[in-house]
Design a protein around this ligand. Structure first.
Ligand code: 5AD
Ligand code: SF4
Length: 441
């Protein structure tokens, strides 16, 4: 138990982040908001006056991790009742009632559009918790510069929210409507990052290529960002196939700073399931898009997201998914078991695929993708790539790592003078499904 009294002038805050890259970026905004209000960062929960969890609600498993953590924090609250504990992000927004039942000790519950008010909310949390889960169509935090960490790469939020309402997904409910940050704010922000030595920006949004501000669409935004001196590489995540327009493909094809890497979540290879998921494209349309992308952007790496066991998925639908995976030949894939989410359109359909079948399908899919990632990476052996060095590799002394333009991890023996932020030409000597072992070319 800590015997340190809370420091009223500079309370110490410990912020834990779960879930996607958007949450990591949001936590940097939260950190900036709190720092402006006089908070300092605690090293851990032990020396914190305030503990905040920025949470994810995308699948039940994500929520379970946070609920487990909350049970641990209940013990902390018991021994140090003066510590304020807050739940932020998608779980706060999604199921506040159920959470308050499970964790009545929470002092603050704040949804993704309420972070500006956090200092006030923490300050006013007393006997009753301070709750704000109003979604705000106008909130973009455009004027708040997040506390970016160090490193050669920075993640910059370009748009927030989602208007797609895929039948399985809670995001439109937890993050609210789509809104884009004005290009001028993004230019200023990325310009400042470049001045601090950042070489690569990753533009973020739940459906990032739905970006639109006045006349500026996402392709135009990429071209604007590319004019910023010092920024050498531009990536973005996560795009939606339906928003992958000719304008975007053209920007990727013609602007050399935009890296040849595209995430195209397919979710299922069965038209019947895609329709039930309300994804807005057919398999044929998706494959046509992949063909256009590949012919316009030579050497592009394509990755995807797949859900197995959506309501109504039969073995034949699953086989259609594996067939498409083979046909496209993804460089990598994120694969998930379907998780029924309250409030979504598919919620009332229920869960027709047993846990065993979901597990079996997921294992088969992962094995297939491992095989294909390995094959695609092995096909790189002997080829040369420009690698932006990030720093020392975990394995082996003197080894450094970085990413190829396709965002594959390259590991090689660093030479005299090679440091983070340098771009080095390397040749691939060998490959696993996850990385390329290289030597300086
Ligand atoms: N169950 C399983 N996976 C989901 N995803 C989104 N919602 C669910 C759900 N209810 C996956 C999709 C999406 C990725 C971010 O998470 O594949 O692209
Ligand atoms: Fe969810 Fe679909 Fe929006 Fe992606 S596009 S965040 S899967 S609703």
């Amino acid at each position: 138990m800590s015997d340190r009294a809370p420091n009223a002038a500079h309370p110490r805050v410990y912020l834990e982040t779960y879930g996607c890259q958007m949450n990591v970026a949001d936590s940097q905004t939260v950190s900036a908001v709190l720092r402006r209000a006089g908070y300092v960062t605690a090293d851990g929960v032990e020396d914190a006056d305030v503990v905040l969890l920025n949470t994810c609600a995308i699948r039940e498993h994500a929520e379970e991790k946070v609920l487990h953590r909350l049970r641990e924090l209940a013990r902390l609250k018991n021994s140090r009742p003066e510590v304020k504990i807050g739940l932020l992000g998608c779980m706060a927004q999604h199921n506040r009632g159920a959470i308050m039942e499970k964790a009545a000790f929470l002092d603050v519950v704040a949804g993704p559009d309420s972070y500006r008010r956090l200092p006030e909310m923490i300050g006013s949390a007393g006997f009753d918790p301070s709750i704000d889960v109003r979604l705000d169509r106008a909130e973009t935090y455009a004027d708040i510069t997040p506390d970016y960490g160090g490193g050669v790469r920075a993640y910059v939020t370009a748009m927030r929210g989602c208007d797609k309402f895929c039948a399985f997904c809670v995001v439109p409910y937890t993050r609210g409507r789509e809104r884009s940050i004005p290009p001028a704010d993004l230019m200023r922000e990325v310009g400042e990052l470049a001045a601090r030595g950042v070489k690569e920006v990753v533009l973020l949004g739940q459906t990032v290529n739905a970006y639109r501000f006045g006349e500026t669409d996402f392709g135009a935004l990429l071209k604007m960002i590319a004019t910023i001196n010092g920024i050498e590489r531009i990536r973005f995540t996560s795009p939606h196939p339906s928003d992958t327009t000719e304008s975007l493909i053209e920007a990727m094809a013609t602007e050399s700073k935009v890296m040849p890497q595209l995430h195209l979540p397919i979710q299922s290879g069965s038209d019947r399931i895609l329709a039930a998921m309300e994804r807005g494209y057919t398999v044929t349309e998706y494959l046509d898009l992949v063909a256009r992308v590949r012919s316009a952007i030579p050497g592009v790496a394509i990755s995807t997201d797949i859900i197995v066991g959506f309501h109504g998925e039969e073995d034949s639908d699953f086989e259609a998914t594996t067939a498409i995976m083979r046909e496209v030949g993804y460089d990598s894939a994120f694969m998930f078991k379907y998780s029924v989410r309250e409030h979504t359109r598919a919620f009332r359909l229920g869960d027709s695929v047993s846990e065993e079948d979901k597990g079996r399908r997921l294992i088969a899919l992962i094995a297939l993708q491992e095989e294909m990632s390995l094959a695609r990476n092995r096909a790189m052996i002997g080829r040369e790539f420009a690698v932006l060095v990030e720093g020392a590799a975990r394995r082996g002394r003197g080894m450094v790592s970085g990413k190829t333009p396709q965002f594959k991890t390259a590991i090689f023996a660093g030479a005299e003078g090679v440091r983070a932020g340098d771009t080095v030409n390397v040749r691939v000597d060998s490959a696993t499904g996850h990385s390329l072992m290289c030597s300086i070319a």
